[in-house]
Design a protein around this ligand. Structure first.
Ligand code: FAD
Length: 276
C-alpha cells in the first residue's frame, strides 16, 4: 500500500464512542448537519483533514447497539457507514451527510426528522462511532489539487480550515448544485484557492480532462475523494503519465454507484489493486 503523503499518518488509540443526536439542520435538502453528543467524546481530538468514524446506525428492531469491549468490534447485525468528523462541538461532534434517496443514512435521518423540537426517541437517536483511527498530519504543501463530490464536502471543509494562505490549491467540485459558493462561504473568496465546478460524470472523462488542464509539478499533492468509478481514469493518468509521485496522492473511493455500504479499503480500480 502506498504511504500517503510520505509518512504522515498518526495513529490514535481506537475508541468506540456512544452518542445521541441532539439536533439536525438541512442545507437545501442536499446535506443534513447532525450534532451528536455524549461523554465518550470528551477525549476526542481531531487533528487531520480526513479524520473519520465508522458509524453504526440504530437497529431497526429498537434493541441497543452493542460491541465487544475487548476487540471494539461490532457484534453483528449493525449497519455501518464511514463518516467524517467534521468538527468538534460542545460535548460532541458534528457530522454531515450528503443526502441521496435510497441510502441507509437517508432512511435513518428521515425517521429522525419526523420529530419536532429535537426530541428524538432514544432508540433512533443513539449511535456508535468508532474512531477516529488515525489522522493525516499535513506535510508542508505548496501545491495541492483536490477533486471531490458531495460525500467529501465535509472533509474538504476540514482541509480548507487547516490549510493556510500560502498553499496554491486547485479544487474541482464534482457537482450539479447551484449553492456551492454559499456552502463553502468564506473559503470561496480566498486568493490561494481556485474553485472549479465540473459535472458529475461516472465515466470519469470530465474529471480526467479537468486534471489534465492543471500544470503539475513533482511537488504537487493530490487528494481526490468521491464516487469510485469516476476517479479511475484520472487516477490512472496521474499515476502513469504525470510528474507527481504516487506517494503524493491520496485517492479515496468514498462510495460506488450501485453498491450499498462499500468499503473504501476495496480497490478503486478493479484492474489495479493498490489503494491510494
Ligand atoms: C473516509 C470516508 C469519509 C466519508 N465521509 C462522509 C461524510 O462526511 N458525509 C457523507 O455523506 N458521506 C461520507 N462518506 C461516504 C459515505 O460513507 C458513503 O456515501 C455511504 O455509502 C453512504 O451510505 P448510505 O447509507 O447513504 O448509502 P448506501 O446504503 O451505502 O448506498 C445506497 C445507494 O446509494 C448510493 N450512494 C452511496 N453514497 C452516495 C452518495 N454520496 N451520493 C449518491 N449516491 C450514493 C450507492 O451507490 C447505493 O446505490 C465517507 C466515506 C469515506 C470512505
Amino acid at each position: 500500500m502506498v504511504e500517503i503523503f510520505g509518512k504522515t499518518k498518526k495513529k490514535h488509540k481506537l475508541k468506540m464512542r456512544r452518542g445521541n443526536v441532539t439536533g439536525i439542520s438541512t442545507i437545501d435538502n442536499r446535506f443534513a448537519r447532525i450534532a451528536v453528543v455524549g461523554e465518550d467524546f470528551d477525549d476526542m481530538s481531531l487533528e487531520g483533514p480526513c479524520d473519520h468514524f465508522k458509524l453504526a446506525l440504530p437497529r431497526t428492531d429498537g434493541s441497543c447497539l452493542t460491541f465487544d469491549e475487548q476487540s471494539l468490534k461490532f457484534l453483528g447485525g449493525e449497519i455501518t457507514r464511514d463518516i467524517t468528523a467534521k468538527r468538534s462541538i460542545l460535548g460532541g461532534v458534528e457530522i454531515e451527510v450528503a443526502l441521496h434517496a435510497g441510502g441507509e443514512l437517508y432512511s435513518w435521518i428521515s425517521k429522525l426528522q419526523k420529530y419536532e423540537g429535537n426530541e428524538y426517541p432514544q432508540e433512533l437517536s443513539e449511535i456508535l462511532l468508532l474512531g477516529p483511527k488515525s489522522s493525516i498530519i499535513l506535510p508542508k504543501i505548496d501545491h495541492l489539487v483536490i477533486a471531490v463530490d458531495h460525500a467529501a464536502y465535509p472533509a474538504l471543509t476540514r482541509w480548507l480550515d487547516l490549510l493556510g494562505e500560502d498553499e496554491d490549491v486547485d479544487i474541482f467540485l464534482i457537482s450539479d448544485w447551484d449553492q456551492n459558493q454559499e456552502y463553502f462561504g468564506k473559503h470561496w473568496q480566498r486568493q490561494n484557492l481556485k474553485f472549479n465546478v465540473i459535472s458529475p460524470d461516472h465515466s470519469g472523462e470530465t474529471l480526467l480532462q479537468a486534471i489534465q488542464s492543471v500544470y503539475l509539478y513533482p511537488d504537487h499533492y493530490i487528494w481526490f475523494a468521491g464516487e469510485a468509478t469516476t476517479l479511475i481514469k484520472a487516477r490512472k493518468w496521474l499515476r502513469t503519465n504525470s510528474v507527481v509521485p504516487k506517494e503524493n496522492m491520496k485517492i479515496d473511493g468514498y462510495w460506488k454507484e450501485g453498491i450499498a455500504g462499500r468499503s473504501h479499503h476495496d480497490p478503486i480500480d478493479p484492474n489495479e489493486p493498490e489503494l491510494g
